[in-house]
Design a protein around this ligand. Structure first.
Ligand code: FE
Length: 355
């Protein structure tokens, strides 16, 4: 049972104080809390879908006695909800897996700056919002995953080269409605310009082995199953598959190679998972402390060991696979640079027929 559900059960079984309690999926309810159990609660609106976050929150609760209530939704839903709730919100933190959305949240005025020397020490500057309204928790590289038995890595080079005729009927990528792909396309617009990015998207769609379906993991599995030869995928899905309890997933991942594109040019496209401090956070100080914990060694180790994302704190104890992958050239664009292409990206994907 998730901590959300668990906490709400505890609250519903007590008496005296009223406390706003929100369940997964956005259903709201009022719960009652007794004076003895009137523990402090930090509310996190989270669009992340990894169980590791709950492990981190539980570790935080064990150390501080402060409960963490996770409210899940898509990033867009949660931003909308924060806008609508305004100063009545229970949310202290907004956590999501896309730097563009965090930047958008900041632009809409639903975040506020925090001033923490600890966070500044733990997180390199490039992974912090310049105004300290949000900070990265992890980074993720959007890479090429290929069938080791059908593709030689010397055939791979850049995202751009995926539009070549050579790859006709051989590529796999998820829907363009997904934020990871919107961010990738914004990266292409920033590096190539609008016109060339459009032609690239057209070429990519032309070369697809099938219409986009499923998430990144489904693309990786489809390569392993011979549906296509190369897929665009975030690295951590391969780490999760290799560590999976499902032997079929492990076998599939073992047949896949991971290639970091654009090493001689822009660097590989990177995105972040990050946390923003909500403008009307009822528990501002405690929420900042939770970010400090999440970006500290223990929080970072728990996050990265479970999710296989790259930690932002180098002192974290990473899975050995991440050391194998590390050392590649990463993009240096800011989220502001990428997010400004948000509307163009939607037009391009529509015109290019990328569903
Ligand atoms: Fe993901």
């Amino acid at each position: 049972m998730s901590r959300t559900a668990l906490l709400c059960v505890i609250l519903l079984g007590s008496s005296l104080l009223f406390f706003g309690c929100r369940f997964q999926g956005g259903i709201e309810g009022k719960a009652i809390l007794s004076e003895e159990s009137a523990e402090q609660v930090i509310t996190v609106y989270s669009a992340r879908h990894y169980g590791t976050d709950t492990d981190v929150f539980e570790a935080y609760t064990d150390q501080t006695g402060i409960q963490v209530l996770e409210v899940k939704g898509t990033a867009e839903e949660l931003v909308q909800r924060l806008v609508e709730e305004g100063e009545d919100t229970n949310a202290d933190l907004f956590i999501t897996a896309d730097g563009g959305i965090l930047y958008d949240a900041k632009q809409r005025g639903i975040l506020q700056p925090f001033d923490s020397e600890t966070i500044r020490e733990q997180v390199p500057e490039q992974w912090r919002d310049p105004d300290d309204e949000f900070v990265a928790l992890t980074t993720r590289a959007r890479v090429l995953v290929y069938a080791k038995d059908r593709v030689d890595p010397s055939e791979l080079s850049t995202y751009e080269a995926l539009a070549d005729d050579k790859w006709e009927g051989r590529l796999l990528v998820r829907s363009s409605s997904n934020l990871y792909n919107q961010s990738l396309l914004a990266f292409m617009v920033e590096s190539l310009g609008r016109e060339s990015a459009f032609h690239w998207a057209e070429g990519l769609v032309h070369n697809l082995a099938r219409q986009p379906e499923g998430g990144d993991r489904a693309q990786a599995k489809a390569v392993a199953n011979g549906v296509g030869d190369v897929a665009i995928v975030n690295t951590y899905y391969i780490g999760q598959m290799l560590a999976s309890a499902n032997s079929e997933e492990v076998r599939a991942a073992e047949n896949l190679g991971v290639f970091f594109p654009n090493q001689q040019t822009t660097g590989t496209h990177m995105n972040i998972s990050g946390a923003g401090l909500v403008q009307h956070a009822p528990n501002r100080e405690e929420a900042v402390k939770l970010i400090e914990f999440m970006t500290g060694v223990e929080g970072q180790t728990l996050l990265t060991q479970g999710s296989f994302e790259f930690p932002i704190n180098n002192a974290a104890d990473k899975p050995p696979l991440l050391d194998e992958w590390d050392g590649f050239h990463r993009q240096s664009y800011s989220f502001e640079q990428l997010y400004k292409h948000h509307n163009i990206v939607k037009t391009i994907t529509e015109q290019a027929g990328w569903n």
